[in-house]
Write a protein that binds this ligand. Sequence first.
Ligand SMILES: Cc1cc2nc3c(=O)[nH]c(=O)nc-3n(C[C@H](O)[C@H](O)[C@H](O)COP(=O)(O)O)c2cc1C
Length: 397
Amino acid sequence: MHERHNYGTECARRISGHSARQQPASPGTRRETSQRRYTVVRRKRVISMAQSVEGNTVVSGESGKEEVETTSAYGEWCLSVAPMMDWTDRVCRAFHRTLAPGARLYTEMMHAQAVIHGDRERLLGFDPMEHPVALQLGGSEPAALAQAARIGADWGYDEINLNCGCPSDRVQAGRFGACLMREPTLVAECVAAMRAVVSIPVTVKCRLGVDEQEEYGTLLGFIDTVAAGGCDTFVVHARKAWLKGLSPKENREVPPLRYGHVYRLKQERPALRILINGGITAVDAARAHLAQVDGVMLGRAAYHDPHVLHRLDAVLAGTAEQSREALLRAFLPWVNAQLAQGLALRHVTRHILGLFHGQPGGRAFRQILSEGTSRPGAGIELIEHALRATQDLSRAA
Ligand SMILES: Cc1cc2nc3c(=O)[nH]c(=O)nc-3n(C[C@H](O)[C@H](O)[C@H](O)COP(=O)(O)O)c2cc1C
């Protein structure tokens, strides 16, 4: 079992205004006090990323391995960005890292068998600036999950997270995701198998329950059983899922949010680290949650209105809020380096469309990027152009 703490006070201290971060950071200027040092096992990757991310700190480790210093100015579990299929790919995560230097990032869910048999560079490759970054796995076979977790740990991930919340038909047919809420003993076995082969945290992301599971006691039973398998950190999407009759999208909207269940879980199991997820769209709401639980995880809001992610990070870190333009400019050197290595512009622009969400000129920003991104020869100038047009409209407003 991991060493257990009562984490609630750390985030509460952060939201009351005490901060470790002295200055805003961008990927190129990460110079804060190091609270943790991440070993990156693959030397080749570190070197290529060091070239592509200007100024990121890369130093030699004790055993000849490369190490990358990175930090969270607040507790490293306080704020995270949810795993989202087709959305939180490596480019999206790099963008989110620029906006929120202290947030924990999650990959899209990957099935254990894909990790074992698939193209690992494509599936697992990530940039050192993403740390802390968690690999989310799907599956329900302990041995396969253990093998995949080991591969993820060897690739340098900071956490392995098991998906017990996805309700899609395909996932149910494979007996993983949300339907595992009915099989806590199996989940505990999966956790135990993974924990036996990795030293990084193994965590679980779950729902309140599925189908007729309405009672708080059912959630508690699930958590207790899985905790007995060695999991001390749970991300709880604060609504249940209907396994029949609702699409995955509806299952993120229709079942009511019950934050009270998650708060109660933290009160009754203070030794567990409990992160809350679901419907958190504003800084004040996130701060209110942080007074009750150990961390907040933002999904759709972080994607569609990414500046809210930045504002929350700045509040937690006690740093000055940066403008959307400054954040985008801080991201551009990274984008440039990726384009030079052959990445198509559209793989970048799709993730930044929401940056000016709700702002004068925000629509023009989206439109210019969406329309221009697939034109032959489209490059970084398109982003500059969208930015200028947005600023002009903003000044005129
Ligand atoms: C497009 C999309 C893809 C998602 N994919 C995953 C996934 O791969 N794994 C997972 O655990 N949850 C996934 N989710 C659910 C989110 O992680 C999160 O639990 C959910 O969106 C509720 O949080 P929110 O209200 O902040 O968006 C996905 C959500 C969206 C919108």
